[in-house]
Structures are given as structure tokens and as C-alpha cells.
Design a protein around this ligand. Structure first.
Ligand SMILES: [Zn+2]
Length: 426
């Protein structure tokens, strides 16, 4: 009896499904897609979790559902390649200790659909990271595996040269190719080059880039010039590029140092990695003024930074708007560029056939203030906010309910059940 009552509804639904060309249409928004060089009002159609069409005018009648995005920006889901989303196995320890955050609560509400954890896990802990975090998030989570087997942590873990082994790190990187997108070295303070030499070895074996946080203490004989111009391969990533205390600036002009300029010429990638201790306007503003702009914008998201001047991905992007970068450039450096850097070129773009990871953003105008790590403030007149985030075509965040129906039209729940009725198996 239950089956026959449901039959007409199922038939109707299947007819409607068959008639609609698209599952969802995002209509009338200003699309910014750096890969495809689009910055114009376009409609974006989605079918089966993929981008199905991007065109000037797609009729709403062709889609099962339409979202009105007039006055909003429609971009690829943002890609943040420097976050810390693994708590690790060491208690009361920073970074891979108590600083790691569960990503979904921070990413999706910022339009971020893909992140790369920057070295919280090493080969000894990566599979725990995968099981507990990576496999359980709506956000796509990738990893720069730490050259230190134990990953990040305090108490000398990151200074232990004995635990920076090439073979087990490379084996893990090869076992999880595609998920492990790079190798990280961070916070090393010794005079040796061992962490970088070993990380490069792994990079050559697994054909993935090395990302370096050059520590808090640049030793004599271990210069940024040599890191970027002798040890790095093209495609390797210098994060914390506006940290200001690792040799980024020319001591006299305060502009980019020769190390940075020569590094860029040979193809080194420069990434923001804002964090709670690696972004100063006194470094960023002069470098931006002379055109030394980031290849990728990233947060260095962790517990501490989320409550400091960094806040979140959109706030970091806002700072670049405030320093004079165009919105198109800011989006490019938060989508397509970082996707390329981690060799996930299916992401960060709205090409037909790409996964429908989409951010719908509002650009608010007003008087805003932005902070760096030192508490320095920069004023700005624009601020981004997320209206809607889609992952594989599914709405995973919808601030104002653009994709929702008026509450009076929500079908009643069946007695004793939750959500919509589904036919029971007989
Ligand atoms: Zn970091």
C-alpha cells in the first residue's frame, strides 16, 4: 500500500528529472574564473555535481532549481594551501597539538572547499590524520607531509634531525599520491641544511613540491638566498612571504630582497601563509607597492591565528583588496593558482566538467579595518562575505538561504521521521 501511494510521486519526480537539463542554475552573478579568463556576468549550470555550462543567459526553465545571484560574485570554491587541521598525537603541543582545527567549521563558511594541511602530520602520523580528519570532512583536505616523521609539535620534535628520513616519507607520499601534495619543512632553527635537502629528495622521488617555513631564526650561513636559489626547485613554495624576519626585505629599500627577486625569476612560488606570526604590513605594503605580489593567498589557519589578526580566508583576501589588488587578481590567487601549485588542476576553476565546487560571495562596501600580527591596522573600503558554498554541486553553506524555500512551503515531515519521506524497502 505504501508503495502504490508513492508511485505517482516517484514517477512525477523522474519525469521532472528527465526534463531538466541541469540540477542547479546560479543565475545573474558576476563570474570570476581566472583559469578561463572570465570576469563578467554569467549563469553557471550544474549537473551531477559537475559544472555543466557557463553562459550569458541560461533559461531557468532548464534547471530543477535556480539561485538568484544578481549583485553577487560567483567564483570557484576557494583553495587554501596553508592550514593546520590535525591535532596530532602529542598533547599540549602547538601546531599539530592543540592548535589544529576541524576544517569544515572554518572553511565552508568562507567559501573554501579545498585545503592543504601544511605539515601537521609526518609519515608516522599521516594515516591517523587521514582516518580521523581527511576522510570525515566535506572540505577536500590534502597534506604537505612534514619531513619530520612525528610531524609538528613542541619540545624539540621539529629540531630532531634523526627523524627527518627520506625513505619512509617518500614511501608514504607515494602510497597516498594525490592526497599528499607536497612536503613541508617548518620551524627549524639549527644551522644545518638537512631538513631542506631531505625534503627536496622526497620531492624528487614523489614529483611534488616542497613548502618551507624558514624558521624563526635565520642563521649565518643558512640564508634565504641559498634556500630559494640553490636548494629549491622551480615550483617549490616559500610560505610566510610577508613575515618580514627571514630575509624577505632589502634592508635599505624595504622592498623585496635579492633572494626573493632571483627566486621568483627561477620559478619559486611565493605564498602568503598569514598565521599569527608571519604577516606584517611593514613587509607586505612595500613589497606589494613594487609589484612583488603573492602567487597564492593562504591563511595558515590554526586555533591561534583564527583569533588573531588573521581571522579567516576572506579576511586575508580583504587585506589584498585593501592594498590595491583587484578582485579578479585576489580570486585568481585564491583559486586557480593554488590549485595548480598542489597539482589539482581539476579544482580552482569553473571549466565544464570540473567538480562543481563554487563560492558565491558578496562584496560589502564600507569602512573596515584589517590587522597584521603586530596589531598594526590597515583601513579598507571593501570586505568579502560568503553567501553560499557548494561542494560537488551540493549546497554546504547558505548564509541567507538563497537556495532554500519559504518555510511555509517546506513539505511536512512524516510522523516519527526526519526530513523528507523516502519509500521503505518491502
Ligand atoms: Zn603553518
Amino acid at each position: 500500500m505504501i508503495f502504490t501511494r508513492f508511485l505517482p510521486a516517484v514517477l512525477l519526480a523522474s519525469i521532472a528529472w528527465a526534463q531538466a537539463d541541469y540540477d542547479l542554475l546560479i543565475k545573474g552573478g558576476h563570474v570570476i574564473d581566472g583559469k578561463n579568463r572570465i570576469s563578467a556576468v554569467r549563469d553557471v549550470a550544474i549537473k551531477d555535481g559537475k559544472i555543466a555550462a557557463v553562459a550569458a543567459d541560461i533559461a531557468s526553465s532548464r534547471a530543477t532549481k535556480t539561485v538568484d545571484a544578481a549583485g553577487l560574485y560567483v567564483t570557484p570554491g576557494l583553495v587554501d594551501i596553508h592550514v593546520h587541521v590535525y591535532q596530532g598525537l602529542t598533547r599540549n603541543s602547538y601546531a599539530a597539538g592543540s592548535w589544529g582545527l576541524q576544517p569544515d567549521g572554518y572553511t565552508l563558511r568562507n567559501g573554501v572547499t579545498a585545503v592543504a594541511d601544511a605539515g601537521s602530520a609526518g609519515w608516522r602520523t599521516f594515516e591517523d590524520f587521514k582516518t580521523r580528519i581527511i576522510d570525515n570532512q566535506k572540505t577536500r583536505v590534502y597534506s604537505f607531509i612534514n619531513i619530520v616523521g612525528a610531524g609538528m609539535g613542541s619540545g624539540g620534535i621539529e629540531q630532531n634531525l634523526q627523524d627527518m628520513e627520506v625513505k619512509p616519507t617518500a614511501d608514504m607520499a607515494m602510497k597516498y599520491k594525490g592526497l599528499i601534495v607536497g612536503i613541508k619543512s617548518a620551524h627549524f632553527n639549527g644551522p644545518e641544511w638537512t631538513p631542506y635537502i631531505n625534503a627536496e629528495e622526497v620531492g624528487k622521488i614523489a614529483h611534488i613540491p616542497v613548502m618551507v617555513d624558514f624558521g624563526g631564526n635565520v642563521r649565518a650561513g643558512r640564508t634565504l638566498y641559498d634556500l630559494l636559489n640553490k636548494y629549491f626547485r622551480p615550483g617549490d613554495i616559500f610560505t610566510h612571504m610577508y613575515g618580514g624576519h627571514r630575509g624577505e626585505q632589502d634592508p635599505e629599500t624595504k622592498g623585496a630582497s635579492k633572494a626573493m627577486i632571483d627566486g621568483r625569476k627561477r620559478g619559486v612560488i611565493f605564498d602568503v601563509g598569514h598565521g599569527s606570526g608571519s604577516f606584517l604590513f611593514s613587509c607586505a605594503v612595500p613589497l606589494m607597492k613594487e609589484g612583488f605580489i603573492p602567487d597564492s593567498i593562504s591563511t595558515d589557519l590554526h586555533y591561534n591565528s583564527s583569533l588573531s589578526g588573521m581571522r579567516d580566508m576572506l579576511n586575508v583576501m580583504d587585506k589584498f583588496l585593501a592594498m590595491g589588488m583587484s578582485l579578479d587578481d585576489v580570486i585568481l590567487r585564491s583559486t586557480w593558482n593554488p590549485a595548480k601549485e598542489i597539482q589539482h588542476e581539476e579544482l580552482g576553476n569553473l571549466s565544464v566538467g570540473s567538480p562543481a565546487d563554487v563560492a558565491v560571495l558578496r562584496l560589502e562596501k564600507g569602512k573596515f579595518g584589517f590587522l597584521d600580527q603586530s596589531g598594526g591596522r590597515l583601513e579598507g573600503t571593501q570586505r568579502l562575505a560568503t553567501e553560499m558554498t557548494l561542494r560537488d554541486g551540493a549546497v554546504v553553506y547558505d548564509l541567507n538561504g538563497l537556495g532554500a524555500v519559504p518555510w511555509e512551503k517546506v513539505p511536512p515531515r512524516p510522523a516519527g521521521g526526519r526530513g523528507q519521506a523516502t519509500p521503505k524497502k518491502q
